[in-house]
Design a protein around this ligand. Sequence first.
Ligand SMILES: Cc1cc2nc3c(=O)[nH]c(=O)nc-3n(C[C@H](O)[C@H](O)[C@H](O)COP(=O)(O)O)c2cc1C
Ligand code: SF4
Ligand code: SF4
Length: 299
Amino acid sequence: MRVLLVYYTGTYNTRYLTDMLIGELEERGHRAERVEIARGVPPADTSGYDMIGFGYPIYGFNSPLPFNRYVKKLKIGAGQKFFIYKNSGETFAMNNASSRILLRRMRAKGAVFSGEYHFVMPYNIHFPFDKDFVREILFEDRKLLKVLVHDLESGRAPKIASNIVYNAAAAAVSVQKIGGAVNSFFYRVDPEKCVNCGLCVKNCPEQNISQKDGRITFGHRCDMCMRCSFFCPTNAIDIGFLQGWKVNGDYRLAELDRLGPPDSPYITAESKGFYKCFINHFSDIDKRYAELIDAEDDK
Ligand SMILES: Cc1cc2nc3c(=O)[nH]c(=O)nc-3n(C[C@H](O)[C@H](O)[C@H](O)COP(=O)(O)O)c2cc1C
Ligand code: SF4
Ligand code: SF4
């Protein structure tokens, strides 16, 4: 298969997932290319691909606005096969509604659904994940990626079921349209902490940050992607009404990935509260992965 992966990323979790997916596809003898959505990136030429994969991080139970805008502009031939690989920090059922806009757009273009997959990646907002938890997440993600690639080969097209209640609730909390524009009025940089490294200016996907006479200023074209504040080496950026939920500091995913899973499972049958949703999520992945290994052994 020749596969095109079109994705949006804020703090590079989706980029990391995309690269893991490319690795899995290539290991199975497929060819994969990727396009990262950002301001100024023209709609990709999708002709000549057997499959298109759409990747995005879930923002408030929805797909990110820049992702939706980009997909709207994409020319997709009728009959084009596509799949979805989305990710988020938790797997609450409300997240099931996040692809409804993408699915509607693809249906309107006559594209053919070939599966939807929900990966967990560490939170870039709300609170930082423990390193051992991230190691376990990446270990489970790798299994799900193998399942995904085999599904694409066999034509199995698993759906993630949403319903009218989740869809309506997700639409109601979709505040992104004004969220970034309004919140960015309150972004501030602490001059005592800022070392003028220019990283935030260089990396903002919306080219929304400027640096003049050693002062950092923000425009109002913000996606709320958290890239600037997440990677600021001195944690100097105040992100307005989300400041209490700010997560600062690179997880160093490649290093944690290389270490493999933690010595003892992070999520167990006794996991409680926030962590409870991962019990079923990980056991579903383990089940599907075991089926895959069994099927391979039978060959
Ligand atoms: C504005 C915003 C809203 C988010 N909303 C959710 C959410 O509703 N559910 C969730 O599980 N994670 C949520 N997250 C966390 C991200 O989905 C998660 O950390 C993702 O892996 C980030 O991917 P990226 O690094 O490619 O941007 C949100 C993150 C941001 C910045
Ligand atoms: S990334 Fe942080 S330290 Fe670097 S210029 Fe931006 S605000 Fe200053
Ligand atoms: S200003 Fe910061 S949060 Fe907003 S789009 Fe740019 S990098 Fe992302």
